[in-house]
Design a protein around this ligand. Structure first.
Ligand SMILES: [Zn+2]
Length: 152
């Protein structure tokens, strides 16, 4: 009998006791349980490129470490000129680091965490440029069009 089966058997035999215990656990640890749920929800929304991977370990990142991610992103944007290279838009919330030769999404999937991704960009700055969200989308359409022309 493995651990899981044993746990199930124990639960069957002690339903009320187990329920009581988990209620008690929730009552005593409510704040940290909710904080962890919020952290996981935050990660699902902000790092969809992780596709659910590493969510548990990232969910356990401290507030300080997550703050470090934003700080690093801001520093990187500043070092790359702080504005869109096409139109000059300079609100960091809509600025995106773009891989000059495309393949940005593939890039992101391969690296395990946003911090690793930022580090990689810093080490290969010549391959990246700063675009606002609008220009980034426009560039994607332009690239698709030129790819189509090549096929025709
Ligand atoms: Zn722009």
């Amino acid at each position: 009998m493995n651990v899981r089966e044993r746990a199930r058997q124990y639960y069957q035999g002690n339903k009320e006791k187990v329920k009581q215990q988990s209620r008690e656990y929730y009552r005593l640890n409510r704040a940290s349980i909710l904080a962890r749920m919020r952290a996981r929800y935050y990660l699902l929304n902000n790092y969809p490129e992780l596709g659910g991977r590493n969510l548990l370990s990232l969910g356990e990142l401290s507030e300080h470490q997550r703050g470090g991610h934003r700080k690093r992103r801001l520093e990187l944007i500043n070092r790359m000129g702080g504005k869109c290279i096409r139109c000059g838009f300079d609100d960091w919330r809509a600025l995106q680091v773009d891989h000059i030769n495309g393949g940005g999404a593939k890039d992101r999937c391969k690296t395990a965490s946003p911090l690793v991704y930022l580090k990689k960009i810093e080490e290969n700055k010549a391959d990246y440029q700063l675009l606002c969200a609008n220009c980034n989308w426009i560039k994607k359409y332009e690239n698709e069009e030129s790819a189509q022309k090549r096929i025709d």
